[in-house]
Design a protein around this ligand. Structure first.
Ligand code: MN3
Length: 196
């Protein structure tokens, strides 16, 4: 049985960049629904005792088990997404090691922001944009719907949900404004440093 992980901050802590109302729906309803669906789908099957990562790897690309994959991956993605954000009041910059990797991989922090934003805005439909570790370097990866780096044997370092439910209440169709606000105000660099 999977359960909704606790948020590491209040639901209103990301305002004004992400509202408490968005968290009520996105965390309280959407994320919870993925978990409820996953629990129902694996109940009584050989996947019931597996870790979330194993369920994702074992069902990736299996059309007959796409429902399990989608809900498992979306639970993973959201459980990774929430702690990757920091409260608005908590000012934070990348530490020296993280900044070094960013500079080496993208040229500068600003170039990383720009490349990430281009990827997020150009992703068609629903999906996620990720910072992943590929060998010694970092790179940006786009995935559709619930798909994620774990399904491709890559290590996620940070992820941004660009499904409409992630920003529509606060930004309507202005995905670029949402991405900009998150990149500049809500990235939890301490979380990123822990993944490296
Ligand atoms: Mn979502």
């Amino acid at each position: 049985m999977f359960t909704l992980p606790l948020l590491p901050y209040d639901r209103a802590a990301l305002e004004p960049h992400m509202s408490g109302k968005t968290l009520d729906f996105h965390y309280g309803k959407h994320h919870q629904a993925y978990i409820d669906n996953l629990n129902k789908l694996i109940s009584g099957t050989d996947l019931e005792k597996e870790t979330l990562e194993n369920i994702i790897r074992q069902t990736a690309g299996d059309a007959a088990r796409s429902g399990i994959f989608n809900n498992a991956a979306q639970h993973y993605n959201h459980a990774f997404f929430w702690p990757g954000l920091r409260p608005t009041a908590e000012k934070m910059n990348p530490d020296a090691k993280t900044l070094g990797l960013i500079n080496q991989s993208f040229g500068s922090l600003e170039m990383f922001y720009t490349e990430f934003k281009v990827a997020a805005v150009s992703l068609f439909g629903s999906g996620w944009v990720w910072l992943v570790k590929d060998g010694a370097a970092l790179k940006i990866m786009k995935t559709s719907n619930g798909d994620n780096p774990v399904a491709h044997s890559l290590k996620p370092i940070w992820g941004l949900d660009v499904w409409e439910h992630s920003y529509y209440l606060d930004y309507q169709n202005r995905r670029a404004d949402f991405v900009e606000a998150v990149l500049k105000n809500l990235i939890n660099w301490n979380f990123i440093a822990q993944q490296l």
